[in-house]
Design a protein around this ligand. Structure first.
Ligand code: ADP
Length: 258
């Protein structure tokens, strides 16, 4: 699996509500290197979801352009998978876990034997090998989100977009899922854009953190996370450098909200 390099040029999105225009993002420029894990943070309502949906091809930007490996894209960039926050709504409750995962593969013309193999491999990667025949509603929230991640992986994405994927689970599950994403990223070398409003999560996971300003969203700051590559929920979060980085980002967000 080769990773994608994504570049965003002068991206803008204005919503027209009928009574007023909301400039959600404007003149947004940044690059995500192939194989990088970039976290995006910013004050609530600053345009993070708008950005992610625009990259995913789910929203049409008002202006600007996206390039994957230097090629302009219109619509969903090739090799892109998305994981949303609402796992409950992203899986079909009447379909078994394996069928939920296989569905996208079938839609992409992948044959049945290969589909089975990919489903097995993806479930294995997220530690859910024995749930293939279960229904999503029989699983906990954290497990359902693992299924959503498995579905993205089965597609073998070159670019994985994650929109506050762990905002709806409890703290322990969240920590486990963060470690899962970090391990998968290191094992698979996929490019990840991870949106979160949780600064600690951004510092814990990211190689780089992009801080967005509020309405319209622009890049306020880019911060390289120079923590050791080996991350650990207790040791990393207690590292004085972690605390420094978190404080620095918090300061930028506070200032950008003014
Ligand atoms: P975030 O994900 O950072 O919380 P959003 O991208 O959801 O921010 O929203 C950015 C801004 O755009 C907000 O002011 C929000 O109210 C506005 N917005 C989002 N979606 C729409 C829409 N469909 N119509 C009008 N305004 C919208």
């Amino acid at each position: 699996m080769t990773a994608a390099r994504l570049s965003v040029h002068d991206l803008a999105k204005t919503y027209d509500t009928g009574t007023r225009q909301v400039h959600a993002i404007d003149k947004l420029n940044f690059t995500v290197e192939a194989g990088e894990l970039l976290c995006v943070v910013g004050p609530s309502g600053c345009g993070k979801t708008t950005l992610l949906r625009s990259i995913a091809g789910l929203l049409r930007p008002t202006s600007g352009r996206l390039e994957v490996d230097g090629q302009p894209v219109d619509g969903t960039p090739p090799g892109t998978a998305v994981v949303f926050q609402e796992y409950g709504r992203s899986l079909f409750p009447w379909m078994r876990v394996a069928d939920n995962i296989a569905l996208v593969l079938r839609d992409n013309g992948i044959r049945s034997a290969e589909r089975r193999e990919r489903v097995r491999e993806a479930l294995d990667q997220v530690g859910l090998a024995d749930t293939a025949r279960a229904y999503p509603w029989q699983l906990s929230g954290g497990m359902q989100q693992r299924v959503a991640i498995a579905r993205a992986l089965a597609y073998r994405p070159r670019l994985l977009l994650m929109d506050e994927p762990f905002a709806a689970v409890d703290a322990q599950t969240r920590a486990d899922l963060e470690d899962l994403v970090y391990r998968l990223w290191r094992d698979l070398g996929v490019t990840i854009v991870f949106i979160t409003h949780d600064i600690d999560e951004a510092v814990y996971l990211g190689q780089r953190v992009l801080v967005l300003s509020a309405e319209p969203a622009r890049v306020r700051e880019e911060i390289a996370i120079d923590l050791p590559a080996e991350r650990d929920q207790l040791a990393t979060r207690a590292d004085p450098r972690f605390i420094e980085l978190r404080t620095q980002i918090q300061q930028h967000i506070r200032d950008s909200g003014r």
